[in-house]
Design a binder for this molecule. Sequence first.
Ligand code: PLP
Length: 462
Amino acid sequence: MSKTDQLRKLPSVDEVLRLDLFAVSQRHSRQQLTDWVRQGVQVCRSRIINGESLDEANVIAQIIEFVRQQQAADAGQAIQHVINATGVILHTNLGRAPLAPLAIDRMIQAARYANVELDLASGRRSRRGQRVMKLLAQLTGAEDAVVVNNCAAATMLVLQSIASAREVIVSRGQLVEIGGGFRLPDVFRAAGVILREVGTTNRTYLSDYEAAVGDDTGAIIRVHHSNFRQTGFVTEPTIDELVAAQRPSEIPIIDDLGSGCMEDLSVYGLSEPTVTHSVRAGADLILFSGDKLFGGPQCGIVIGHARWIDRIRQSPMMRAMRVDKMTLAALEATTEIHLRGDAISELPVLRMLSADAETIRRRCEQLIERIGGPSGAEIVACDSQVGGGSVPGRLIKSFGLKFANSDAETLAVSLRSGLPAVQGRVTADSLLLDLRTVHDHELEPLATRLRDALAGGQDASA
Ligand SMILES: *Cc1c(COP(=O)(O)O)cnc(C)c1O
C-alpha cells in the first residue's frame, strides 16, 4: 500500500471510539479517551509519514496500545501509597511523616460527619479543635496553642498578628531559605513587618539584640537552622540567653523551631532542640511543624503564653489558615500518643529513627528470603537520613539491598510504575533499597514488586 493510501485509510477518532473497546476504562471520561485516541491516530500518521508500513489492523492495535499507556501513566499520577526505600525518614516528596495507625483511624472517622465544632455532652456548639489545643498545652507545658496549615503559615500569622508594621529583630545567621522559595526576608515583607538584622553571618551576640531593641521593636525571633549547619568560628545566643535579653516586657521572643522534636534524641546520636526546652526557657511563642519529628499530619503548631496566643486567635488571617477536620483528628491522636509516652514505639517517624542497624540488617535478610530465588541482591551497609530539614548532615547507620546485576535506572522505573509504587535510591551504578524506612508489613508487597520487576528486567535484556 502506498503512503497516501495508508494515510487515507487511517480511522477517524469516532470510528475507533465506536469499536467500544474502551468499555474497559470506567475511570476516564469520554472526553479524555477522545483526546488520547486523537493523539494515538496522530502518532500513527507520523509513523506512516516517516516510512513505517502500517496496515489497518496494525493501526488499531497501536492506537489501543497508546491509549492503554496513557491510562496507566495517568493512574500512576494519582496520589497513592508509596513504599519509601530511600532511607530518608521525612521525605518531603513522599509526604513527610507517615501517620500512626491510630491517627489514620481517627482521620478516616473525621472524613465523615464528626464533632469538630459540637460538644456532644451538651449538644451545643464548641470551639473548633478545643481538645487538641488543650492536649498540646498539656504535652508541652505551654499555656495555650493554635494550629494552622503548616509552619510557614504559622510564621506569617505570628509575625503579622504580633508585630505588624514594627521591627522584628533577627540574626544575620538565621535569615534562611526553608525550601520551596520560603525565604525569611520575603516572609517578613509579606507579613508586613520590618526586618531588623543584627550580628553577622557567623557571629551574633546577645548584646547585638539588646542594642537593636527600641521603640519600634515588635518582637525578637530566633529561627532554627534546620536544613544547614554552621561550624567553625560561630556564635549565637541560646534560647535561654535570648529570653534573658534586656528588653521591655511587651516585646515577645518567638522561637521558630521547625522540626518539633519532643524527645531527647541524643541517645540516637542526634541533637535537635526540643519543644519543652524552649517552653521551660520561657520563649513567648514557639512554632513547629506537625509533620516533621512530631510525627503527625501537615500543620503548623504555635504554642506559648496565653496573651499572645489570644492575639493570634483573633487575627482575621486565622480563619484563612485554619486546618481541616481530618488534620485535627490526626493531630489529636498523635498528641495523645506523645502524652501517653508511647511516641518512640507508636509513631512511625520515631520508630524508624530509633531502630538499630542490626534490626534493619535482619529486615534485609527477611526480604531476600521473601523474594526467593536468585535476585542478585546483596546486603550492604548504608546511611539513612532524617530529612525534611531536620538534623542536617547527620547520617544514621543502616542496611539495604543493592541490586548490582540489574540496570539501576530500568529497575527503578519499573518499581515506581506499579502497585504499590516503590521509591529507591539510584547510586552510581546500582539501585539501593534502604530498609530503615520500609515497614515490616510492607516487606511482602515489596518482595512481590521486586520479583515482578526483576523478571521484567530479564525479559527486556533477553
Ligand atoms: C520546616 C521549617 C519551616 C516550615 O515548615 P512547614 O511546616 O514545612 O511549612 C519553618 N521554619 C523552620 C525553622 C523549619 O525547619
